[in-house]
Design a protein around this ligand. Structure first.
Ligand SMILES: Nc1nc2c(ncn2[C@@H]2O[C@H](COP(=O)(O)OP(=O)(O)OP(=O)(O)O)[C@@H](O)[C@H]2O)c(=O)[nH]1
Ligand SMILES: [Mg+2]
Length: 321
């Protein structure tokens, strides 16, 4: 049961009724307000039962919200994958901080987000603190609110073409389970991401690979890569060497690269990234470049838009003569 509703993925206490659309929750056949157990008082106010909420809170989205968003725009879902602590959430926070400072993703610029609070929640850790220190986002847990947290970005280019991207910020444990057993119930979320994502970023943790945990890190990276490659078809697959500020033996990198590319992948590329900007800002540039590459690969598969002879070629409707 999701929150106080019998219907999976309906969150009446956060968004109002998603399923029946009831404005008065107590009229909803599926709504079950929290029960009092012996000795426990569940405060109940009118506002708990009579409320109309905005369709989003700005927080990371859940699956139901994805339906809402998908009904408005064509979405590109980027599956963020990799073992626990591989640097996935920090990468997303870095991407957001860079866009916030005006960085571009290829020809695209930041043009909005329905999950600004969700982005700010993770980017806050990296943002400037009085003592000039950097903190890292918290470990993404399997039981924290909605998982995977879906983070939305709208990008726009000079010709006003827009892209709606969804990034899946999932707990690394899901991929650890998935790597060992595809059918593990704890891996269902990883399987879902694999099914619906339009492209994948796999995080290889340079810090762990450079440590005495090399064996474990290498095995995890290879196993998740194998899973991603199953049924990947034409979907782009980027390997992100996360935490590249930590020096990693090039031979170890070459071994992992060779392993992943030993069977053909139609669209594959590697990027070195870090929360630190690196020499001449290369690691930060690569954060944006990895997403730009994914978008360019996905655009390659699209048909060219027809040329419209008109003063306003970007608007097909106004172009009708
Ligand atoms: N040196 C270095 N350490 C990093 C970097 N990014 C993350 N870390 C470290 O790695 C830890 C985990 O980073 P997260 O971004 O939370 O990793 P995650 O993949 O989201 O982890 P889960 O949520 O547990 O799956 C952080 O707490 C930092 O200690 C980086 O760019 N460089
Ligand atoms: Mg995380």
């Amino acid at each position: 049961m999701a929150g106080n509703c019998e219907v999976d993925s309906c969150y009446p206490d956060e968004f109002g009724c998603n399923n029946e659309g009831c404005e008065v929750l107590k009229d909803c056949p599926h709504y079950k307000p929290a029960q009092k157990t012996a000795g426990e008082q569940v405060p109940q106010t009118d506002a708990d039962e009579f409320f109309i909420r905005a369709p989003w809170t700005g927080n990371a989205m859940g699956l139901k919200d994805l339906e809402y968003l998908a009904s408005l725009n064509q979405l590109t879902v980027i599956g963020i994958t990799g073992a626990a602590s591989a640097g996935k959430t920090t990468f997303l926070a870095t991407l957001y901080c860079l866009l916030r400072q005006g960085a571009t993703v290829g020809q695209y610029r930041f043009a909005g987000s329905l999950t600004l609070t969700g982005w700010e929640n993770i980017a806050w850790y990296l943002s400037w603190k009085e003592d000039n220190s950097i903190e890292f986002p918290e470990h993404t847990t399997s039981n924290a609110g909605r998982v995977p947290g879906l983070l939305h970005l709208k990008l726009r280019d000079k010709n006003n073409r827009t892209k709606d991207l969804i990034f899946t910020d999932a707990p690394g444990e899901w991929f650890d389970h998935w790597a060992f057993n595809e059918k593990d119930p704890n891996a269902a979320g990883a399987l879902w991401i694999h099914t619906i994502a339009d492209a994948f970023l796999l995080f290889a943790d340079c810090d762990m690979l450079a440590s005495n945990q090399l064996g474990k890190a290498r095995k995890q990276t290879r196993m998740v890569a194998d899973r991603i490659k199953q049924g990947i078809n034409n979907r782009p697959f980027a390997l992100i060497w996360s935490k590249s500020d930590v020096t990693l033996d090039p031979d170890i990198k070459a071994q992992i690269s060779t392993y992943i590319t030993n069977s053909p992948i139609s669209q594959y590329k590697e990027f070195e990234t870090s929360v630190r900007e690196g020499r001449k800002g290369e690691y930060h540039a690569n954060v944006c470049a990895s997403i730009a590459w994914v978008l360019s690969m996905l655009d390659r598969d699209l048909n060219e838009s027809p040329v419209v002879i008109s003063k306003k070629p970007e608007d097909m409707f106004l172009s009708i003569r």
